[in-house]
Design a protein around this ligand. Structure first.
Ligand code: NAD
Length: 381
């Protein structure tokens, strides 16, 4: 008999399939159709399985709160506002990003498959979660892709040189398919030094942050996540908008400029709106904008060369002598693939605080401890 949950030292390890079932039941109880509930659960569990706890099952409670506060809506599909052969401007209508993201990528890929290259400009999507999911979906269909994302209504990050917030964590993601069933190459990261969810994980007792990940209200760099949340750090749903401090941008002045362009492409060009705080109340509600480019690799006529060149280059890259600081040379996405294998086997590690947070989300939709146990254990053999 497989065990759904076990304690190891300070950590709780939860079998990934059991966790996916539990999260699915929570979203069904919250009012999602079963297909959508399972889709959300699969994506959140998938992010946790790849080591992105910040965008994984730890989001359950916050998503439920957003749903109950009418910030995100179950059962919504994309609406195409304008399209040509090669582009689509899409309104996500504040539907769940796990649904809106899939539909958007499928549209972009279908156009790229017909015309070689395509753009999608998505506005007003519910939280799109781990952006790598969308590059992976495009790669599964043989497309390389780039995704620039902004988080309107979420002022969390200080630009280079600033001691206060002016932008969001705006993730950028690149994806490339590989030949012979090898996992696609995905580079997916927030343009803040750490994603907000990583600050939440640290606040909940998980992995600590780099020494200069945040700036506090006095303008000092710190690894302490509390300046981001202020007094709400002590509550059930810590609010990253409530604190006097900010996350720092990644890559100093160069990263700061990339973050600026995320707001331009994903916020301004899509019609979604930037993170700017203006007097327009509408602009301040939370959503993701995503500007994506898809390239069907078979349309360039270089596919064979390209495939060989990728594999040669990976070998060359990884053959570099490791530095003393890091000890090994990885390609983008390699770390996630490694963690995926490990966690699929061993389970998802959660701090006690993170587990309590998931239970609080379950209670919010009326689940008892017995309901949680039944959902975790259903189907385990
Ligand atoms: P991160 O700092 O862990 O960076 C991840 C990227 O760096 C991956 O491509 C990974 O393969 C690569 N990487 C990590 N270690 C490496 C190493 N030693 N050598 C080579 N490459 C390495 O990620 P992050 O910035 O914390 O972002 C986490 C997640 O948060 C992402 O999935 C992102 O899409 C998501 N996010 C989403 C939103 C949203 O609004 N939807 C906002 C911000 C972030």
């Amino acid at each position: 008999m497989k065990v759904a949950l076990r304690h190891e030292g300070d950590e709780i390890l939860v079998d990934a399939r059991a966790m996916e079932r539990l999260v699915g039941v929570v979203f069904e109880r919250a009012g999602c159709e079963s297909v959508e509930a399972r889709r959300i659960a699969r994506r959140l569990t998938g992010a946790s399985l790849r080591g992105h706890d910040s965008h994984g099952v730890l989001r359950t409670h916050r998503y439920i709160s957003w749903m109950q506060d009418d910030k995100v809506f179950a059962g919504r599909s994309v609406q195409i506002e304008h399209e040509t052969d090669c582009l689509a401007v899409i309104d996500g209508r504040y539907g769940f990003g796990q649904t809106i993201g899939e539909q958007t990528v499928d549209l972009g890929v279908a156009k790229a498959k017909k015309h070689g290259v395509a753009l999608t400009a998505l506005k007003h999507s519910g939280h799109l979660g781990r952006i790598g999911d969308w590059a992976e979906r495009a790669a599964q269909a043989g497309c390389a892709s780039i995704h620039a994302v902004n988080v309107r209504g979420s002022l969390l990050v200080a630009p280079f040189g600033a001691g206060e917030r002016r932008c969001g964590t705006s993730p950028l993601c690149f994806g490339l398919p590989r030949a012979d069933g090898a996992p696609p190459i995905i580079h997916d990261f927030a343009t803040s030094m750490v994603a907000e969810g990583k600050a939440l994980v640290a606040l909940r007792g998980g992995k600590t942050l780099p020494a200069d990940a945040l700036v506090d209200e006095m303008g000092n760099e710190t690894s302490d996540p509390r300046p981001l949340y202020g007094k709400s750090a002590e509550t059930e749903v810590p609010n990253p908008s409530a604190g006097p401090g900010a996350l720092n941008v990644f890559g100093a002045h160069k990263g700061s400029g990339i973050n600026f362009f995320m707001e331009m492409f994903a916020g301004a060009l899509t019609g979604s709106g930037t993170a700017a705080v203006s007097n327009e109340r509408e602009r301040r509600s939370l959503c993701n904008g995503m500007f994506s480019v898809y390239i069907d690799l078979s349309s360039l006529g270089t596919a064979d060369f390209f495939e060989r060149e990728i594999e040669d280059y990976i070998e060359y890259w990884k053959s570099a002598r490791p530095s003393k600081a890091t000890g090994e040379v990885l390609i983008p996405g390699e770390k996630e693939e490694r963690i995926l294998r490990q966690r699929s086997e061993e389970g998802l590690p959660l701090s006690q605080g993170a587990w309590e947070d998931i239970l609080a989300g379950a209670r919010k939709v009326g689940m008892s401890d017995e309901d949680v146990e039944a959902a975790l254990n259903a189907g385990l053999a």
